[in-house]
Ligand binder design. Structure first.
Ligand SMILES: O=C(O)[C@H]1O[C@H](OP(=O)(O)OP(=O)(O)OC[C@H]2O[C@@H](n3ccc(=O)[nH]c3=O)[C@H](O)[C@@H]2O)[C@H](O)[C@@H](O)[C@@H]1O
Length: 437
């Protein structure tokens, strides 16, 4: 009924709206009011959504949002906390550095923090203890650092309020930036976490460093994955890095470019280190050498990727102690930043180095060594390398790191894996009940 009515009234609306006379039909007049009202409602809704969107954006990006995040669970602040921070950052030798290590509960972060503390530098850790892999392992590393006198602040590099606070409490001479979303293949499952940590988090950290007074020198972890689909080996720092094979690689490459702008505009001294498949005790359970060990011991099948035409996939596996030496070499040769309070005062150092083993090993050989060390035959399945971010091989040219940092890796894969397996067996037997890995 009502539909019919509406249609009949619509028939009354003149075809030339400009000539419409209000006194001709009160119904049409009402219709115009309704239509104006509904337009108004529509536009006010748009306006409201627009305003809400910007309120949301400012809360998530501005430093003012951080206290709310604190209320939701971050655990920092207070005088006891500040005392712990200062104590951990206190160096024990007059010439020592004061280093903020981001990602300190991570694999490389733990080893670098321990090495710095051991030689007398002041070290403060920062880590968000995310769940990318078993947090129990991160907590175990935290205990190790705690025993060595390194305190890890729990927080995210995206929290600028926290970062500013740390720089208020401690005058850092250096930042060793190792916090990142790692892993090549996981980038297809959770791309945003790479943008969040490796791009947004890095920019946030650089923003705080640039406005610190004095500015610290920064050494940070890039990746061998920036060489992407390059086929010329060994990979040199002079080679192109514009064909990444994964989003992970692309975010590390973006990090290198971002670092350059902060060096150029603000005078921050920045050194990027391209790590080549780092392995060793306290390593990452998401990496092949680690889960191959676990699966071989459990009698579970492992998958070995092959390049097209049954070709070999190889990696320049680099032992953690060699990487630590490279990191310390980079810190020791880092020149001071030249800016202060956000203003550049002169050109600052900008460097990029490969830190590899310069001796690539096929993945099938890695498995053979593990079988020998574990005394268990692996159940192997060969599969063509999926198109999920992997590259066929990596191989570092390390002559630049050798001449500038004194970097000289000394651990071959078998020696390094032996140390890893020894640690793995001890750790897994001690933490079987606590951990899921
Ligand atoms: O050097 C780097 O830049 C990168 O090294 C590793 O990445 P990746 O070399 O891919 O290390 P794994 O994931 O441990 O893989 C090692 C090798 O095992 C192979 N693999 C992996 C998984 C698997 O199930 N089967 C298999 O054959 C991969 O194709 C690769 O050749 C790290 O995971 C990255 O975070 C790091 O930045």
């Amino acid at each position: 009924m009502s539909q019919l009515k509406t249609v009949s009234h619509i028939d009354d609306i003149p075809s030339t709206p400009g000539k419409f006379k209000s006194d001709k039909s009160s119904y049409i007049h009402r219709l115009r009011i309704y239509s104006t009202l509904s337009k108004l409602t529509l536009w006010s809704s748009f306006f409201l959504i627009f305003v809400l969107f910007f309120v949301f954006l400012s809360r998530t990006t501005s430093p003012a949002a951080a206290p709310n995040r604190r209320a939701l669970g971050d655990s920092w602040g207070g005088s006891d906390w500040e005392k712990r921070v200062s104590k951990s950052a206190r160096r024990s030798t007059a010439s020592g550095f004061t280093v903020l290590v981001t990602g300190a509960a991570g694999f490389v972060g733990t080893h670098v923090s321990l090495a710095l503390k051991r030689r007398g530098d002041g070290v403060l850790g920062l880590d968000n203890f995310n769940r990318y892999y078993d947090p129990n392992l991160k907590r175990a590393r935290q205990k190790l650092l705690d025993r060595a006198g390194v305190f890890i602040v729990e927080g995210d590099i995206n929290d600028s309020v926290l970062l500013h606070k740390l720089f208020d409490v401690v005058m850092f001479t250096h930042v060793m930036h190792l916090a990142a979303q790692a892993g090549v293949r996981y980038a297809m499952q959770n791309p945003n976490s790479y943008v969040h940590s490796n791009i947004a988090g890095f920019v946030n950290l650089l923003e705080v460093c640039k406005s610190a007074n004095p500015q610290p020198a920064i050494v940070w972890a890039s990746s061998s994955s920036v060489y992407g689909l390059n086929s010329k080996v060994p990979f040199s720092e002079k080679d192109r890095t514009d064909q990444p094979a994964s989003l992970y690689a692309a975010t590390k490459k973006a990090g290198e470019e971002i670092a350059h702008t902060y060096n150029h505009i603000y005078g921050l001294s920045i050194t990027g280190l391209r790590f080549f498949t780092v392995y060793g005790p306290w390593g990452r359970p998401d990496m092949a050498y680690f889960f191959f060990t676990k699966d071989i011991l459990k009698g579970k099948q492992i998958t070995i990727f092959e390049a097209p035409g049954h070709g070999t996939v190889a990696r320049d596996f680099t032992y953690i102690d060699d990487i630590v030496k490279g990191c310390l070499g980079a810190l020791d040769t880092a020149k001071k930043s030249t800016g202060s309070g956000g203003k550049k005062k002169g050109a600052a150092q900008f460097r990029i180095f490969n830190l590899g083993n310069t001796s690539p090993v096929p993945v099938s050989e890695l498995v053979r060594i593990l079988e020998k060390l574990l005394k268990v035959k692996a159940k192997k399945k060969l599969l063509p390398m999926p198109r999920n971010g992997d590259v066929k091989f990596t191989h570092a040219n390390i002559s630049l790191a050798h001449s500038e940092l004194g970097y000289r890796p000394t651990t071959n894969l078998e020696t390094g894996l032996r140390k890893f397996v020894q640690w793995y067996l001890e750790y897994s037997s001690g933490s079987k009940k606590k951990s899921s890995w």
